[in-house]
Write a protein that binds this ligand. Structure first.
Ligand SMILES: Cc1cc2nc3c(=O)[nH]c(=O)nc-3n(C[C@H](O)[C@H](O)[C@H](O)COP(=O)(O)OP(=O)(O)OC[C@H]3O[C@@H](n4cnc5c(N)ncnc54)[C@H](O)[C@@H]3O)c2cc1C
Length: 397
């Protein structure tokens, strides 16, 4: 096999398609079903400088600033400059981005100085997975589902991969793309705390690469999603998307006071919520957990009745099923573990420091510094996934 891709989220499937387009034989190995991933859970949207008053420079500056200037400048430049092309490619494979009267709907989200967030309905990640899955099948990449990478050994011509599960066995690869995600569900389970992540999001592939000597960057920088649901219990671990705040939902302590700019970068908002609760100004839920109020009813007060039901139908319905009408009631939120900012250090070709091993998406490090801007991760999976797929195909040759 020329290229083996490990993982089938946005990064893995983008890499597989690109490697096939470059003429390589490709095998995708993935822990459960093709496309089962954190990518499929993403709701908010994907960033790219597509607005009339926007520019790649502005996207680049915002990304670098939000990441506390800890990101690799060349990686940020690549991510942002290839944003519009990534959107065009996603559209070409069938992702239908939401339009209002013919024009792309573009929202402003936390940490962005301009409206820059594109959406494919309310579940952008699920739409991407649908299109990418069809793309992988159409490209005739081989796929082994319910199969996990267990071991990797260097050989004279590349790597030998030991696989376990339904497709267990040994595979020889000219080059490997690691796209197994950041593994924060595994970290959250170890710590006994909440996470937004898919059950497959465990860090063994990252750890395997590290054991082989791969260099990492900002590995222990973890992002919390500011607005994880505290109550009702049925929604534990669910995060209200950033767009809830983009549309005007506001955060309040137990006294009803606002305490942070709701559109500040994620770490700023999450830290402010934690501080409020630690200062004793939080609100206790019936299960004893504490949080702060997210006033979702402010959205319809600002935009008119019916706006939330139309624009945030998925969130609205999820809460309605749990007995809460978010257009009338406030909801209780607290930060939950969400995203690994760092990971395996890559260069602009997606190459790790291990020969013939490439990485893309949340498993990689250097793109987001120590705080990722919302919407930049889906973009990362496409830009660096495609890059890594092409580079792996070339390396295998
Ligand atoms: C609830 C939620 C909402 C989000 N919303 C947004 C958003 O609106 N915008 C945005 O930009 N980002 C968002 N994110 C972040 C973003 O979705 C992810 O960071 C990104 O999709 C990661 O893509 P990936 O391809 O790198 O990894 P993943 O999508 O996590 O895919 C990893 C793949 O690797 C597989 N795998 C894992 N271990 C192994 C193994 N040992 N062997 C084989 N396969 C393995 C998994 O099964 C999976 O298929 C959100 C994340 C979550 C959880």
């Amino acid at each position: 096999m020329d290229v083996v891709v490990v993982g089938s989220g946005g990064a893995g499937m983008s890499a597989a398609i690109a490697a096939r387009e470059a003429g390589a034989s490709v095998l995708v190995v993935t822990k459960s079903a093709l496309g089962a991933s954190n990518t499929g859970r993403a709701q908010g949207g994907i960033q790219a400088a597509m607005g009339d008053d926007d520019s790649v420079d502005s996207h680049c500056r915002d990304t670098f600033a939000a990441g506390h200037e800890d990101a690799r400048p060349e990686l940020v430049r690549k991510l942002t400059s290839e944003g519009p092309d990534a959107i065009a490619w996603l559209s070409s494979i069938g992702v239908s981005f939401t339009r209002d009267e013919g024009r792309l709907r573009i929202l402003r989200c936390g940490g962005a100085s301009r409206p820059r967030l594109l959406q494919a309905g309310e579940r952008t990640g699920a739409e991407m997975v649908k299109a990418l899955r069809a793309g992988v099948r159409a490209a005739e990449a081989q796929v082994r589902e319910s199969t996990a990478l267990r071991e990797m050994t260097p050989t004279a011509s590349g790597w030998r991969l030991d696989l376990e599960g339904a497709g267990a066995g040994t595979v020889e690869a000219g080059a490997v793309v690691l796209a197994a995600g950041g593994g924060l569900r595994g970290e959250a389970d170890r710590l006994g705390i909440g996470s937004t992540n898919h059950p497959d999001a465990t860090p063994e592939v990252l750890e395997l690469a590290m054991a082989l000597g791969a260099v990492t960057e900002h590995l222990d920088s973890w992002q919390r999603h500011p607005t994880g649901s505290v109550w009702p219990e049925a929604l534990a671990g669910y995060a209200l998307p950033e767009t809830t705040r983009s549309y005007g939902a506001t955060l309040h302590d137990a006294n009803g006071e606002r305490f942070v700019d709701e559109l500040a970068p994620r770490d700023v908002v999450a830290d402010a919520i934690v501080r409020v609760v630690e200062d004793g100004r939080g609100v206790a839920a019936p299960n004893g957990l504490r949080g702060v109020w997210l006033d979702t009813a402010a959205i319809d007060r600002e935009h008119g009745a019916g706006f939330t039901a139309a624009r945030l139908a998925y969130v609205h319905n999820r809460y309605a099923k749990a007995g809460v009408d978010i257009t009338r009631e406030r909801v209780l939120v607290y930060p939950v573990l969400h995203y690994r900012n760092g990971g395996l250090l890559i260069d602009t070709h997606g190459a790790t420091t291990l020969p013939g091993v490439f990485a893309a998406g949340e498993i990689s490090g250097g793109v987001h510094g120590t705080n990722r801007l919302m919407g930049n991760s889906l973009l990362d999976t496409v830009v660096f996934g495609r890059t890594a797929g092409r580079a792996a195909a070339a390396a295998a040759r």
